[in-house]
Design a protein around this ligand. Structure first.
Ligand code: ATP
Ligand code: MG
Length: 429
């Protein structure tokens, strides 16, 4: 039973998502003290940063026992795919502590593209037609490529930090991509197996589900902007911005998502006896009004974290079906400020100026650290500037006002976040 007295919480990770989590977790009356491993300059305002890697399980164990941690929230995918939840379950001193996140077997939904495609096929979940191949099957892979039409979609099976997917427009480049993965190890072990699938034409969105393994709640959906360049040009990044909710995700569309994707996913995990207590982040393509799954992620995105914390306890005790979701009716937009050169090579350590002039926007730190008492850049994605408003345009005003005020050398951000949705938005206002 969850105690009602406040307790210590541990949050793993160091990005913008974790800052959003830290802000919500530390605001809860149930949180006595928050520890963040390793955290960043932003999370330090909400608890104690502890410089431990999220995948250093023995060090996490020591911290959990030393600080009497009673709830653990996992931010990024790596510790989940490497089995942090299994580590807790297999340890007699840790197994009673609730951990929000799936076991290693559940994390395969993200950790293996091949596993997730097979899972979708077994449970009749709509997704692009595909085949998968291993190192010794280069000829078969190229034969399959030649049966498809461009653009070609080639995915490294394992985790590749959001960079393991190639979408070439020509067969020649596609063949080179397959060879680079299977023969030259372009993405290391992650590319020892590849998934080749049909291209799905449409507009993307992300749906977030919280499940306790039996029940689920659907959180506000969002649309993110992956490409570095305006107009969705250039290489993929970890995400340059997001908008929530998404105008075209109307009740008809979301009904299809729930019936055709969310329910069969949760039921499928239960049928395959895969224990799953945590977030399922579903990457969808809206193809002429029908949802298709592009991918699963076994962790949460942001900025929905502010509505998430009250739900976390329910998951641990499988009583999610008794929780009500209280969603802010406004629109939220996030604009990411990144280091010059990202997602290629970039320098770190630049001082961030005018952080106190963000106006009404919330500044989530993504890649920052403290140096000689001041906040400096410490990653490709540096700050996420979240604005709220009635409608996308109003929320963006807050995000962009902050982006114009805050500054660091060689900073870059896309100036067209949400623009593609605004024409959709105007028709509804
Ligand atoms: N079948 C497809 N048809 C069209 N576009 C696709 C397809 N599969 C992937 N994409 C595009 O490639 C992007 C990355 O693919 P995917 O989400 O599977 O990879 P990922 O590396 O796991 O990304 P993430 O970092 O979001 O977890 C998608 O956001 C989408 O824009
Ligand atoms: Mg993914």
């Amino acid at each position: 039973m969850f105690q009602s007295v406040p307790y210590n919480i541990l949050l793993l990770g160091s990005g913008g998502r974790e800052h959003a989590f830290a802000r919500s977790l530390s605001a809860s009356p149930r949180c006595k003290h928050l520890f963040i491993a390793p955290g960043n300059a932003g999370t330090a305002a909400h608890g104690s940063n502890v410089s431990i890697s999220p995948t250093d399980f023995p060090a996490i164990r020591d911290l959990v026992l030393r600080e009497d941690i009673q709830l653990v929230v996992i931010g990024p995918e790596d510790p989940l795919v490497q089995g942090v939840v299994d580590y807790f379950r297999e340890d007699s001193e840790l197994r009673h502590i609730p951990v929000i996140g799936p076991t290693r077997s559940g994390a395969r939904l993200e950790g293996s593209k091949e596993f997730s495609k097979g899972f979708m096929q077994r449970h009749g979940i709509p997704t692009a037609a595909y085949k998968s191949f291993g190192k010794g099957e280069v000829k078969e892979a190229l034969d399959f490529l030649s049966t498809l039409s461009p653009p070609y979609v080639i995915k490294a099976d394992g985790l590749a930090a959001g960079k393991g997917v190639l979408i070439p427009d020509t067969l020649q480049v596609a063949e080179e991509g397959v060879r680079e993965m299977l023969e030259s190890g372009r993405f290391g072990q992650a590319g020892d197996r590849v998934v080749i699938e049909e291209f799905l034409p449409g507009i993307e969105l992300s749906v977030f589900v919280l499940t306790d393994g039996r029940n689920y709640i659907i959180l506000p959906e969002a649309k993110d902007y992956k490409r570095i360049g305006e107009g969705d040009t250039g290489p993929n990044t970890g995400g340059m911005g997001a908008v929530s909710p998404v105008p075209f995700a109307d009740s008809d569309f979301m009904h299809k998502v729930e019936e055709c994707i969310v329910k069969p996913t949760v039921i499928g995990l239960d049928q395959e006896e895969i224990p799953y207590r945590g977030f399922i982040f579903i990457g969808l393509m809206n193809v002429n009004g029908d949802p298709f799954v592009i991918e699963y992620n076994c962790r949460m995105g942001d900025p929905e974290t502010e509505v998430v914390l009250p739900l976390l306890e329910a998951v641990a005790e499988q009583r999610l079906d008794r929780m009500e979701l209280d969603v802010d009716p406004r629109t939220a937009t996030t604009v990411m400020m990144v280091s010059g050169g990202y997602p290629g090579n970039y320098d770190k350590g630049f001082g961030i100026r005018k952080l106190d002039q963000a106006g009404d926007a919330i500044v989530f730190h993504a890649g920052t650290t403290m140096q000689d008492g001041s906040v400096v850049t410490n990653g490709g994605r540096v700050l996420a500037l979240t604005g709220f408003g009635v409608g996308i345009a109003e929320a963006l005003e807050q995000s962009y006002a902050a982006a114009k005020a805050i500054d660091f050398d060689y900073a870059y951000y896309r100036r067209d976040i949400g623009r593609d949705l605004m024409s959709v938005n105007h028709s509804t206002e």
